[in-house]
Design a protein around this ligand. Structure first.
Ligand code: GLU
Length: 553
């Protein structure tokens, strides 16, 4: 066992360069000039180069809660695991989230720059701060040097396994916990690598009650692990950096992934030994997916939809994706949306206590529905603008069409967008080319056309008669009246019930006549309202398409 004096001596030896005290550090991070209601929340990702849709979910929660409370949202980069880091990882996070309309008031802006008074906002640049706290804890005997090699740690683990006890560095197994001053000095002087561990005073038998802002009342066992605080490379572990950073940065409470819940009691002990005020947690459950009848986490490796890039590349409407995520978070969001179609999502009263506690199901089919609904509420002009933005990056042909034929494009997108029956055939911007191509002759030429199961002569007769009577100025009922006449003349039935009764008496229904015209003009059996399509395409194009089709028969 070391004496108080010996611990102080070790601490001084360890960090001769550290001049500041804990008090000095706190002076650098004064209390924020905000009231209690103004929430300061943070998103704290590692720059691994992969932005998971779950990251958008977690950061959206922090963003909305801070915005609604007129508070602050900050981005802290947790780059203490140098092996997982990639080049330009920070820009990837910032830009990916910007694509989702999530902005930060403080924190890293790119690999080099940051804004805000509570920085540095990247952990590798905060080492001097962690050292001050580590030195303080070592000098008080609340943390200690551990020289155990990986082989020794493995031996301990094997021993524990054979004894059928919990594995880990704790209690009697924590070999360096009570090492003598001489032993520590000998190893230190010989340059042996070491880590700094927490000297835990917890007892696993004791229970702690606390309130999680999402889960409600929770009971956890006290921590008794002598967890690593500073690694041998001098960088902190997440467990050590989290209490220090969130305290100094004045975070109101911690919104983070459920996977950290298991470490909560360790974090509580570290807050305690540092004499920090405990912070509350909101542990957000991960996005899950149904797979072979069971639920599993949405996986970076298995599921393309786990990557944020999937949504950007496919052009899912960002607002639609966010709305879907909010539906997952608070199931009353969809009712709110119906009642408040015009409001921005920041106005929604997102409630942590209403979050799904069991693991939120992320269902791409439902996401498609939400996006479809969202796009159906947009004007043609808005659809045009969004599609143009998407095409700028991902579809040069569409971009060219939209840019050079703006008015025509908006007219196309306006089909079935006004009035009673609103089209819901666009889920994402990458669906737009399919909707547009039949309206542009060069694209139409390359399009795969559908054909009809009807005698060619009959098709020709219908189309020739249609051309003879075709008049652009016809109203929709006049236009349909003419089709009906052509049908009756050619042996089609105008009465659906009558046709159902004795189909053999007829060549088909009037709908089949309209279908010939539809296929001749558009090459497809399914299109938005044909009358509107014709109005947008204009007389010349209609006549030409029909003639071309007749010739091809
Ligand atoms: N860097 C941690 C992670 O990537 C952050 C956890 C937290 O938000 O506290 O999961």
């Amino acid at each position: 066992m070391r004496t108080e004096q010996e611990n102080i001596q070790i601490a001084q030896l360890l960090f001769p360069e550290v001049k500041e005290s804990v008090e000095d550090i706190f002076k650098r991070y004064p209390k924020r000039n905000l009231n209690e209601e103004q929430l300061v929340l943070r998103f704290a990702p590692s720059p691994t180069g992969f932005l998971h849709i779950g990251n958008v979910y977690t950061s959206l929660v922090g963003y909305l809660l801070s915005k609604r409370s007129n508070g602050m949202f900050l981005l802290r980069i947790e780059d203490t695991d140098k092996e997982r880091e990639v080049e330009n990882g920070i820009s990837a996070i910032v830009n990916g989230l910007k694509g989702f309309g999530i902005h930060f008031d403080e924190g890293m802006k790119n690999e080099l720059e940051s804004e805000g008074e509570y920085g540095p906002y990247i952990q590798s640049q905060r080492i001097d701060i962690y050292k001050v706290f580590a030195r303080d804890l070592v000098s008080k005997g609340k943390a200690y040097l551990c020289f155990a090699t990986p082989e020794e740690l493995e031996e301990i683990r094997e021993k524990q396994t054979s004894m059928k006890v919990r594995t880990g560095y704790y209690g009697e197994f924590a070999k360096w916990r009570n090492a003598s001053f001489d032993e520590v000095m000998k190893n230190l002087n010989s340059g042996k690598p070491f880590v700094i561990r927490l000297y835990s005073n917890g007892n696993i038998e004791n229970k702690i009650n606390s309130v999680d802002l999402i889960k409600g009342g929770v009971t956890v066992s006290e921590n008794d692990m002598d967890a690593v605080l500073l690694k041998s490379d001098g960088l902190p572990t997440y467990h050590f950096a989290h209490p220090i950073d969130d305290t100094l940065m004045g975070i109101s409470f911690v919104t983070r992934g459920e996977e950290w819940f298991a470490s909560q009691s360790l974090h509580m002990e570290i807050f305690k030994v540092l004499y920090f005020k405990q912070l509350q947690y909101a542990h957000i459950s991960p996005l899950m997916k149904m797979d072979e009848g069971g639920k599993r986490k949405l996986s970076k490796r298995k599921d393309p939809e786990a990557a944020v890039s999937f949504y950007l590349e496919n052009g899912f409407p960002i607002e639609g994706v966010k709305e879907y995520l909010l539906n997952i978070a608070n199931s009353n969001f969809s009712d709110w949306r119906i009642q408040n179609p015009e409001k921005g999502i920041v106005e929604f009263d997102l409630k942590l206590e209403k979050f799904n506690k069991a693991g939120a199901l992320f269902d791409i089919t439902k996401l498609n529905d939400v996006c479809k609904e969202y796009i159906s509420r947009l004007s043609a002009k808005q659809v045009y603008e969004y599609a143009l933005e998407w095409a700028r990056e991902y579809d040069s042909r569409l971009f060219e069409k939209l840019t050079n034929h703006k008015d025509y494009s908006i007219e196309i997108l306006n089909i079935e967008r006004e009035g009673e029956k609103i089209r819901k055939d666009i889920v994402k911007w990458s669906d737009v080319p399919y909707q547009m191509e039949l309206f542009f002759d060069d694209m139409y030429k390359d399009m795969k056309k559908e054909s009809l199961d009807m005698s060619l002569d009959l098709q020709k007769d219908i189309l020739n008669e249609y051309l003879d009577t075709f008049y652009m100025g016809d109203s929709a009922p006049e236009w349909f009246g003419k089709i009906k006449e052509i049908g009756i003349k050619n042996g089609f039935c105008a009465d659906y019930k009558e046709y159902e009764k004795s189909p053999k008496k007829y060549k088909g229904k009037i709908g089949d006549v309209a279908m010939v015209i539809r296929v001749a003009i558009t090459g497809r059996k399914q299109t938005p309202d044909l009358y509107q399509v014709i109005q947008v395409m204009g007389e010349n194009r209609i006549r030409e398409r029909i003639k071309e089709y007749i010739n091809s028969l």
